[in-house]
Write a protein that binds this ligand. Structure first.
Ligand code: 13P
Length: 246
């Protein structure tokens, strides 16, 4: 069954102290929710590496899972600045974002390194959240499907699709306030699903998701969750996203 997953990607925001402050405000907001507890609505927070350890302790026993924002493909070695799967699982991390467009754009991430990182995550029993999506120029050129098909084909070589989440993040909608129209996001996510061998993979939408548009986005039949940047940084705002109403 496809699981609903609302994830916050904090990018390079929040010190440990600020992360703890967020949790103190956020946890009561999700405890006092009137959402049916039988309804599967997973909550994931992906802070910086430096906040993972402390947040893991604070969140122990809660329904919030932790995700890393990246993972290296080797288990150890001379890779300055990188973090391995074992280092993440030791901290109680369950997910790892792989191939975010900011990694592709600023840090030279390619479809090949994305594939290696996905494999490493699965080898360490982490569930990877694979990000795919087109730029504005690619969309304007009518290449949405071709770009995404190519990203998926290369990323998913030898990847177990029963242990995978995908996020459709159109690059032009990230951090711009310019959300992809809900029906269009639904259409592209349906296309992504048509490229998979496992129909049960949860596929999130990401790109300027906020309290004012989350209900419409989550009402779309193909969309199984959201990967949220800016609107996940403030406890009340992220709680509103988690408690979206249909
Ligand atoms: P925004 O929600 O800030 O647009 O960021 C989306 C994103 O990149 C999540 O990974």
């Amino acid at each position: 069954m496809r699981k609903i997953l609302i994830a916050g990607n904090w990018k390079m925001h929040k010190t440990q102290a600020e992360s703890q402050e967020f949790l103190q405000a956020f946890i009561p907001e999700i405890t006092n929710t009137n959402i049916d507890p039988d309804e599967e609505r997973g909550i994931i927070l992906c802070p910086t590496f430096t906040s993972l350890g402390l947040m893991s302790k604070t969140l122990h026993g809660s329904r919030v899972r932790l995700g890393a924002q990246n993972i290296h493909w080797e288990d150890s070695g001379a890779y300055t600045g990188e973090v391995s799967g074992a280092m993440l699982t030791e901290l109680g991390v369950s997910y790892a974002i792989v191939g975010h467009s900011e990694r592709r754009l600023y840090f030279g991430e390619t479809d090949e390194t994305v594939n290696l990182r996905l494999k490493a995550a699965q080898r360490h029993t982490l569930i990877p959240i694979l990000c795919v999506g087109e730029t504005k120029a690619q969309r304007d050129a009518g290449k949405v499907e071709a770009i995404i098909e190519n990203q998926l084909q290369k990323a998913l070589v030898d990847i177990d699709q029963s242990n995978l989440v995908i996020a459709y993040e159109p690059v032009w909608a990230i951090g711009t306030g310019d959300t992809c129209e809900a029906k269009e996001a639904n259409r592209v996510i349906g296309f992504i699903r048509s490229q998979l061998t496992n129909a049960d993979v949860s596929i999130q939408y990401g790109g300027s998701v906020k309290p004012s548009n989350v209900d419409e986005i989550m009402a779309q039949p193909e969309i199984d969750g959201a990967l949220v940047g800016g609107a996940s940084l403030e406890a009340a705002s992220f709680a509103r996203l988690v408690n979206y109403q249909l």
